[in-house]
Each structure stands twice: as structure tokens, then as C-alpha cells.
Design a binder for this molecule. Sequence first.
Ligand code: IPM
Ligand code: MG
Length: 369
Amino acid sequence: MSDAPRIVVLPGDGIGPEIVAAARTLLESLGEFEFDERLMGGCSIDAHGVALTDEVLEACLGADAVLLGAVGGPKWDTTDPDAPRPEQGLLGLRKGMGLYANLRPVRPSPALVGASPLREERIAGTDLLVVRELTGGIYFGDSGRDGDVAHDTCEYSVEEIDRIARTAFEAARRRAGDSGRRPKVTSVDKDNVLETSRLWREVVGRVAGNYEDVELEHLLVDNAAMQLVSRPADFDVVLAENLFGDILSDEAAMLTGSLGMLPSASLGADGAPGLFEPVHGSAPDIAGRGSANPLATILSAAMMLRHGFGRGADAARIETAVDAVLERGLRTPDLASGTVAQPPMVDVPQEVEVGTTEMTAAVLEELGA
Ligand code: IPM
Ligand code: MG
């Protein structure tokens, strides 16, 4: 057996296979990896009747890292509570692999600042990280239906809050590095209403005692949603429970102008394999056309190198290469502005619309691979 890192690849549904292929090409150009491709999501429901088989979960647990495309699509949409759903595969993986910490960095590429729905002066300087709790809360509490009544339960333990809070404080410290900047954690909750939020705030406050160099601020989730669009550049690390983190990370992603740009890492205990996937979905409407934006998956592969394999320098090279191809004007359709109102100024390159393969090739070329 070779000692190349073993990556379980789960292309999933919709555009999943196309974007995962792009990230694989990129990884192959950077070194030796062993890939083990498996079914998960709607494709697994079609083949095996369930979104995640025990065998695939075992393979993931035994791997060095997992690369995921996206799951879901109208084919498997159903209101029947007993029918299998592609998303169950994703939630099963998160729980089964103990991936409690979800990291979603939001750093608008300088070339895309104009693509953000917010004015340029609002997003200038935005560089934040959403740390989302991923294996607890209302996603995993007791739920059910009784006649005309349905319920979902939100539960959090001190231990679950403590470990994700530590992840957030450590990340804030790491991000500040030796820049001299004071790191900050903004903890999000709804403690004026929810008991789980009151416990959350209490435990986060306690953990903060071990990180006196890190500033801690608490925001109610509704206020946080508002502040994220009014002063995004003031955020550093945003710490949130599962459901709030899901919602706020989509909102934060849009600061970059496209959900197609946001990568993520889901991590568990030290040394356990992590899972790396783009934040966006399976976009079934454009699947198979070769027009999907591969950059969020490519950036997720960079996060795999950084967090999974300790290759931070390679990760940074990929991130710089992605910025560079955008700087050159290359745009997949989701990023293209489609309007050239004025003749471009000399130093602003004309936008060129490209597909998945061309975009990937351009990133490889920037890497000199
Ligand atoms: C995400 C997605 C998932 C979630 C869905 C597909 C279950 O929205 O990763 O943000 O809600 O966690
Ligand atoms: Mg989401």
C-alpha cells in the first residue's frame, strides 16, 4: 500500500460530479493522493434505497479526509416523512464522523467586490470566519408528528458548547497570528428567549476566560443578521449553534457576490478525518452542462490541504491562484455580471465567461501545475 493520503470522494448529485472532478484534477497536480469514489445522497438512494450506507460511512471513517460535492435534487423531494432524503446522508456523515465544527471562511475576492449585492465601501475589508456547531441542536433533537402537530427539539449540553467555543477562540487566535491585531469572537444566540441560548452564552463566557487576548462579543441572532450586512468588515470569528450558523453562513456567503465561492471544512476530534465541501447546493438546473463554478470546491480542497494534511502553504497558493484567475476577468455564468455598461477602464480586464473545465485549467495554470 502506498502512503499517499487516502481521500474518500463523494461526488453526490446535480453538479456534484463536475465540481468534484475539478478539485480532483487540482489535487492530482499537487501531489500523490489515493482516491476512493463512493455514492452518497440521492444517487445512493437510487442504488441502495438509503442516502448513506454503513459501508460508505466506514470508508469515510477509515480515510484521511473526505471530499464532498453536493447532494439533493427535485427527484428526491418529498413530503412523505418516511421516504429517504439525500440530506439524511449528509447529516448521517456529520454525526457518524463526529464532525462537530464547521468552518466557513468568507473573504470576498478583490476582483468580485463589484459582484456583491452590497456597496463596495460596505464590504471593503471583510474577512470573517463562521464557526458553526454541526452535530447538535434542533437538527439532531427529538422530532415527530402527532396528528396535526409537529415538533423539533433543540438541545445542547455544556460539553458540546464548550468544545465548539474552543474551536472558535483557537481559530480567532490563529487568524490574528502575529499581525498585532486583537482577535475577536462574536457569539450568536437568542438568549432573551431560548434556554439553550442562555446555557450557550454562559459556557462561551466561561471558555473566554482562557483566552484573555481574544475579545468576546455576544449578539442576538436577529441583530447579528442585520449587522452582518451593515458592517461586515467588523466581524472576525462568528460562533453560532447549528441552525443559526446555517442561516448566517448563507447570508455571509452572499457578501462575496456568489454562493458559488464559499468553501467549508467540517472537523471532529484531533486526528480524525475531516470533511471538505462547498457551501452551495447541487444546482440540478445546470447539472451536466459544464457551466458549474468549481471554485468553492477547489477552495474546499485547499482547506483540506490546510486542516487535513498540514499543507498550509499549498492551500495559500491555491487561494492566491483563484484570486488571480478572477483578476484576469474569468467568470463562470453565476459570477458573470452580463452587463458592460461602460467601456472597461484600462486596468480592468474584460469579463470572459468560461465553463467548469476552463476555469479549472486557468487555476492550474496560475499554480504552474
Ligand atoms: C448546509 C446545508 C445543509 C444544512 C442541508 C443540505 C441539510 O444547508 O450545509 O448548510 O442545513 O446543514
Ligand atoms: Mg445551509
